[in-house]
Design a protein around this ligand. Sequence first.
Ligand code: SF4
Length: 300
Amino acid sequence: MLKLNKFPFTSILGWSASRYDKFKVCQRQYYYDYYAKNHDFEIEKKELLRLKQLTSVALEIGNIFHDVVKAILLRLVKSPINIDRDKLKIWAKKLAIDYCNKKEFFEVYYKHLEEINTEEISNTVLEYLDRLLDSERFKWILDNAIQQSKDWMIEPDGFGETRINGLKAYCKVDFLMPLGDKIYIFDWKTGKEDELKQRKQLAGYTSFACSHYGKTADDVICILYFLKENKEKIVTFTPDEILSFSESILTETQEMYQFTNDINSNIPKSKESFEKTIQTRICDFCNYKGICIDNEKIIF
Ligand code: SF4
């Protein structure tokens, strides 16, 4: 498998699509996620970690499916012989139940559900697995790309650190494969389509591929596969679009820098500088609502 460029460790914050997205949705949630562990002494570390690690039914389906796909791809690299679907499904179901039993769910923590229906979660994963294995795209990978599987990049170690516009950024691809003179990037989605958000994430992956493989955007093809709708979408970028994306990374990184007292060591400003969102609908789905919202404001 291909090796990634390595960068020396620095404390400075690195842009990622999810980091900036969180920053825009609610600055306080961003603070809890990225800074509270080492800078908020009002909240017990143990409780903070517990809240940060809460998963949800939707998130966990994505997480399990993601690890199943990773295992399939790694197995194909080791041996291109056909996958025994029945055995795979037994293994995937066990994995799903195991993950669910080990995790604490948002829905249970906040008493929206008494318990999690692990059977339902594993059945959804298996349904998506059938869709993946039956898809034309999967057959295309088996027919065309498997000969070059030694060059596949399957969820590389670390966080996908790269440089965009000279700035630290993280763009961790799930699966990338060179084929001919092109690079294909795959992202299997168990959630809904969110064009703007996903296009930005893919622009990050494309920049990552260009910088690590010495390619231009014209040579990179991103393939999104939506398991729920069982449809794929091909996304590509022109070099100009990637240039303007990299300019936006500069602006977005600088916006986040403004919330630090020391940019290089990434020391945050006070918790109060990170505003709470006024869109209470976002709070309904926030892991930190138990420590963030004043109790008297919780009416039901
Ligand atoms: S509960 Fe609401 S205001 Fe508080 S961190 Fe979460 S989203 Fe932000």
